[in-house]
Design a protein around this ligand. Structure first.
Ligand code: ATP
Length: 449
């Protein structure tokens, strides 16, 4: 059996007013593998624990297979939880640990065959008579998973189950979890702060920040069409390059994006996405370029849709199969403050702060309008208003503002000037509220999976 989970406008406030989750809404389909992803403290575990019934829901509704479940006792939810710290009974063997919950589910029956079947599935038959202290971390986590699986639950809830394991074992068990849960067709909600884990496991990924859901989508879509700059920055390695910029759109119909020392000239005729940028004329925006959007090559090698920039090599990270080249292009890296509030209150405070800081009256009003929109939706984050650019404010030497992937054989040295080709098909632009405006949300291309 597998089941549907729905959360409607669910909020959680812990005692003394700690608002951990805010108006969280999500429908999880039967058999789906849903990953809750976000930085530490953003409320992922709280959502999981509310689904499990281990935390009360302050407001909003939880439905299991369409039935209200806010007040259902945890034991009646038919869910199994796997935690980060394995949580095995130290005085029981693996066999006893796996069989323990079955004693209550199958009173008076022989649990042996169910334990044996579980052990076979996980390939742990040879450690059934050992105690937790005699097991490696990976073996312990397999036993903990065995205990969850043996009950044939309708839902798996996993809270960072692999974070105490080393990288190699983590990737091995990750594949095992994917195989097991898909094979069993059981709805799974999996919490992690590791974006690579989320991307490789989830049918869909729900990205949270400060208790607020930012985006729910298939991993591919979260990577290619991030709804806001936070999602863009959180997903993908190396991190997306984010630069402060200004759209310049003179009346002659041309347009470019001013990056400080250089500009990205948008080719004419302007694409629809680029035409939409015209309304940002003169306003601060954030340009996002993933490392694969830029290559080091001569201007004469430019393909259609590629425009020319240049950079100075700061530092090269050799990775064996490729190199990551850190470059200074003279742009100002845009900061997505980790502690930036995505909540309506935070947005209001920030807009007041922006108005207080002065700047142009127009910008103050814009920030306020955006804050009002954000209050309505609670979805995107307002960025700090960029400080006026000053010639003296350059990134510290060695920091680089652009990271580009190259083949491992390209020999570069620090201080070398290199030509860059930017593929505008991979250009992201976010407005000052952090929302993606290019590619424009309403005409984003449908992705083939
Ligand atoms: N029992 C509690 N009492 C008060 N505040 C709590 C309690 N549990 C969690 N919080 C707070 O609620 C917020 C969300 O916590 P939660 O554990 O859900 O985040 P998380 O995203 O799972 O973090 P992590 O990845 O570090 O486990 C945090 O600010 C945390 O300090």
């Amino acid at each position: 059996m597998t089941r549907a989970i729905s959360l409607h406008d669910v909020s959680k406030t812990y005692g003394r007013g700690v608002r951990a989750v805010e108006r969280f809404s999500l429908d999880i389909a039967p058999g789906e593998f849903l990953v809750l992803l976000g930085p530490s403290g953003c409320g992922k575990s709280t959502v999981l624990r509310m689904i499990a019934g281990l935390e009360d829901i302050t407001s909003g509704e939880l439905l299991l297979d369409g039935e209200p479940a806010n007040d259902l006792a945890p034991g009646d939810r038919k869910m199994a939880m796997v935690f980060q710290n394995f949580a095995l009974y130290p005085s029981m063997t693996s066999r006893e640990n796996i069989g323990f919950p079955l004693r209550f589910e199958m009173p008076g029956q022989d649990t042996g065959p169910r334990v044996a079947e579980t052990a076979r599935t996980l390939g742990i038959e040879d450690i059934l008579d050992r105690y937790p202290a005699q097991l490696s971390g990976g073996e312990r986590q397999r036993v903990a998973m065995g205990r969850a699986i043996s009950r044939h639950p309708s839902v798996f809830l996993m809270d960072e189950p692999l974070s105490n394991l080393d990288a190699k074992l983590r990737s091995h068990l990750r594949a095992e979890i994917a195989r097991l849960t898909r094979g069993m067709g059981v709805t799974t909600v999996y919490v992690t702060h590791d974006q690579a884990e989320a991307m490789s496991l989830g049918d869909r990924v729900a990205i949270m920040r400060n208790g607020v859901l930012q985006q729910v989508s298939a991993p591919r879509e979260a990577y290619h069409l991030p709804q806001n700059v936070f999602v863009a920055a959180f997903i993908g390695t190396p991190r997306i390059n984010l630069m402060e910029a200004t759209v310049v759109a003179p009346l002659d119909g041309g347009m470019w994006i001013d990056l400080g020392r250089q500009r990205l000239v948008l080719p004419r005729p302007l694409s629809r996405d680029h035409q939409m940028l015209r309304i940002q004329q003169g306003r601060p925006v954030i340009v996002g370029l993933r490392s694969e959007a830029v290559r080091i090559d001569r201007p004469s090698s430019a393909r259609p849709g590629e425009v020319v920039l240049s950079g100075v090599v700061e530092h090269v990270e050799y990775q064996g199969h490729e190199s990551l080249v850190h470059l200074d292009t003279g742009a100002r890296p845009a900061v997505v403050p980790e502690l930036e509030s995505a909540r309506p209150g935070g947005a209001r405070q920030r807009s007041r702060a922006a108005s207080r800081q002065g700047g142009t009256a127009g910008l103050g009003r814009l920030v306020q309008k955006a804050a009002a929109r954000v209050s309505g939706q609670g979805r995107t984050a307002v960025l700090d208003r960029p400080a006026p650019r000053q010639e003296t404010e350059r990134p510290a030497a060695g920091s680089g503002d652009l990271v580009v992937r190259t083949g491992p054989d390209l020999r570069l040295r620090a201080g070398q000037h290199v030509p860059l080709l930017v593929d505008l098909a991979h250009l992201y632009v976010f407005d000052h509220t952090g929302r993606r405006i290019c590619p424009a949300p309403e005409q984003a291309p449908h992705l083939e999976y």
